[in-house]
Design a protein around this ligand. Structure first.
Ligand SMILES: NC(=O)c1ccc[n+]([C@@H]2O[C@H](COP(=O)([O-])OP(=O)(O)OC[C@H]3O[C@@H](n4cnc5c(N)ncnc54)[C@H](OP(=O)(O)O)[C@@H]3O)[C@@H](O)[C@H]2O)c1
Length: 298
């Protein structure tokens, strides 16, 4: 019989946290904490949680993810996205546990025009990206390489939570009913990644004791405009919406936001998929899987 692995999961009420809690491997014993149980902006509380539960792994899926709001709340974003992983790393180094720190494509500046490798230097262009990059740096500074895995991903969406897919379904429904168009940015390129697959990748990291920096996304590339069209089509096909709205491509400059976004943030996942023995479908196929789940919820 395989040994039970004790995991302290943060961010249990987030979209990734929920997908993780939905499919827990048989040999994993999960202590799942949300905001009510652990304030990630409190380093002492993060340390105490590790010392109390003494897990084999901390899976840090909690984060300050409000990219635009982070521009006006940099201290809070830094406390959650860098302070918490530092506290987890320090406590884990004392008890001999490991950390799975989920991170983001937004640690890169998005200007190189081809996919980013795991070992490329980070260069964030907004506060959120800077706080996640600092979190990565503190983990690497505190724990031996064999004791942490930083798993970067991109454009995360799933059946529940606050995400682009759920928002676009609502907008397709509203705009098509009013015979209006949907204007979506077409000059930012990345890859949508479903929480269902990302959760599998997280469990696989732990099962394989993967370490160092890894990249995991669904396969292919898209703009937000491509993604919005596909969401409309898949939403109709799954019977979630009656019709989709016409989607009009716009440029980033036509949709100003407080935080700058990387123009091209594809992550090269080749080595990670080999190491984790994971194969991923094109993002558009994975979107259909998520739509099936949503159709069962509505
Ligand atoms: N979403 C994306 O597109 C994306 C892309 C790349 C990487 N990532 C990374 O993927 C991971 C999972 O993100 P996600 O999409 O699941 O985000 P999410 O849905 O926003 O979930 C984050 C969770 O963290 C919790 N949290 C925030 N501040 C907290 C605090 N001070 N104390 C305790 N809990 C706190 C949130 O609680 P509340 O619900 O109460 O606010 C939420 O439940 C994060 O590391 C994120 O940086 C996300």
């Amino acid at each position: 019989m395989s040994k039970t692995i004790k995991i302290l999961l943060t961010g249990k009420d987030g979209q990734l946290g929920k997908a993780l809690a939905d499919k827990i491997p048989a040999n994993f014993n999960i202590i799942a904490l949300g905001r009510q149980q652990l304030d990630l902006s409190n380093e002492e509380a993060c340390r105490q949680a590790v010392m109390e539960h003494r897990p084999d792994w901390v899976l840090n899926a909690g984060a300050y993810t409000a990219v635009d709001k982070a521009e006006s709340e940099p201290e809070l974003a830094m406390a959650v996205n860098a302070g918490a992983p530092r506290a987890f790393s320090q406590a884990l180094s004392e008890i001999g546990g490991r950390l799975l720190q989920v991170s983001t494509d937004f640690v890169f500046n998005g200007s190189q025009g081809h996919p980013y490798h795991c070992d490329q230097p980070v260069d964030p262009i907004n506060v959120y990206g800077a706080t996640k990059a600092e979190g990565e740096r503190l983990v690497q500074e505190t724990l031996a390489t064999t004791k942490y895995c930083i798993l970067r991903t991109s454009w995360v969406y799933g059946p529940v939570g606050n995400n682009f897919c759920v928002t676009m379904l609502r907008l397709h429904r509203q705009k098509s009913a009013q015979n209006e168009t949907l204007r979506v940015v077409a000059d930012q390129i990345g890859c949508p990644t479903s929480t269902l697959n990302l959760a599998k990748a997280c469990w696989s990291v732990i099962n394989h004791e993967a370490s160092g920096i890894h990249h995991f996304c669904d396969a292919g590339a898209a703009s937000w405009y491509d993604f919005a069209i596909a969401i409309g089509d898949a939403g109709v096909a799954a019977g979630i919406i009656n019709q989709s709205a016409k989607v009009v491509p716009i440029t980033t400059s036509e949709y100003p936001t407080p935080a700058k976004r990387p123009g091209y943030s594809l992550l090269d996942c080749t080595t990670t998929k080999k190491a984790l023995e994971l194969d991923t479908n094109q993002w558009s196929k994975e979107l259909s899987v998520v739509m099936e789940k949503i159709s069962k919820l509505t």
